[in-house]
Design a protein around this ligand. Structure first.
Ligand code: BT5
Length: 269
């Protein structure tokens, strides 16, 4: 891990990190002290805010995970932000925005010496710590005259500080011995997210992301148990499709899963 750590400076004006927007599709970062959910805020604003923007908050009172689950984070300790995007790619690539952000986060973490993987479909986990979860991503499509995508990320920086604190299996940069401030992490994630979105825009973008996701997957190559909305599949996680589906072989056939929760049972030797 790199030694040039930073401690949080509550007075850092957003202006300082606005520099990191240069060359990206985002032309504004808004910061609010408290809100229900940054995703919900941007979904509401999607029709009236024509630009691609970043919304960051110090605290969420109704932080959302998938399927009505809760994203927990005490005030001021972690990164909580959402991106409002206008897709510049074919509609069938929209689900890959989650992958683009996940890969951007993994790439950023590698620049600060933290090795992380993507647990399908939306978690960033730390393989050296039993695949504990450092970050979760939630993407929502907003239909309208112009289609928009809101993608939010919760990233644990200074909380939890131990495995007794916070959700089961959560980990933070602090628990890994790194004390980076939220703004440094946000700037790094924006830069790397933009690189992945540019790849997604390429004609073969879905293939490029698939290759990278497989190379950075905490899921592929494992015996898994996948809970979908109406099914439980136990089998070998063998592949990802260019649409971002997980391919599981249950011993009889290959099954494609587009959404679900995965538990790793054991790694294939
Ligand atoms: C997610 O859902 O992981 C998506 C989380 C997205 C949160 C961001 S914060 C900014 C933006 N605004 C929002 O309202 N949401 C987004 P899911 O895969 O369903 O995982 C949720 C589960 O993760 C919970 O049920 C807990 O088990 C666990 N969890 C909750 N808070 C956590 C944390 N801080 N660290 C690690 N795990 C957590």
């Amino acid at each position: 891990m790199k030694s040039n750590s930073h401690t949080e400076n509550k007075n850092i004006p957003l202006k300082k990190i606005e520099k990191c927007l240069k060359g990206t599709r985002f032309n504004e970062i808004k910061r609010i002290e408290e809100t229900g959910s940054t995703n919900a805020d941007l979904v509401l604003r999607a029709s009236e805010a024509p630009d691609d923007i970043v919304l960051v908050t110090d605290h969420q009172t109704d932080g959302k995970g998938r399927l009505g689950r809760v994203w927990e984070s005490p005030k001021g300790l972690n990164l909580l932000c959402s991106f409002l995007l206008t897709p510049k790619w074919a509609k069938d690539k929209n689900p890959l925005v989650t992958s683009a952000l996940a890969l951007g986060v993994v790439d950023y973490l590698s620049t600060i010496g933290v090795s992380a993987l993507v647990k399908w479909p939306n978690d960033i986990v730390i393989p050296e710590r039993d695949n504990k979860k450092i970050s979760g991503i939630l993407a929502e499509q907003v239909e309208g005259e112009v289609e928009r995508i809101v993608v939010g990320i919760g990233f644990n920086i200074s909380w939890p500080t131990s495995s007794q604190e916070g959700p089961l299996d959560a980990i933070s940069l602090k628990m890994l011995g790194a004390t980076f401030d939220r703004w440094t992490v946000l700037a790094g994630i924006i830069e790397n997210f933009e690189k992945q979105l540019k790849l997604l825009e390429e004609l073969n973008g879905a293939a490029l992301l698939r290759r990278s996701l497989i190379a950075h997957s905490a899921t592929i190559g494992n015996q898994v148990r996948v809970e979908t909305a109406n099914n439980i599949i136990v089998g070998f996680a063998k592949d990802l499709t260019e649409e971002g589906f997980l391919v599981v072989n249950d011993g009889n056939q290959d099954l494609q899963v587009n959404a679900g929760d995965v538990v790793n049972l054991r790694k294939k030797i």
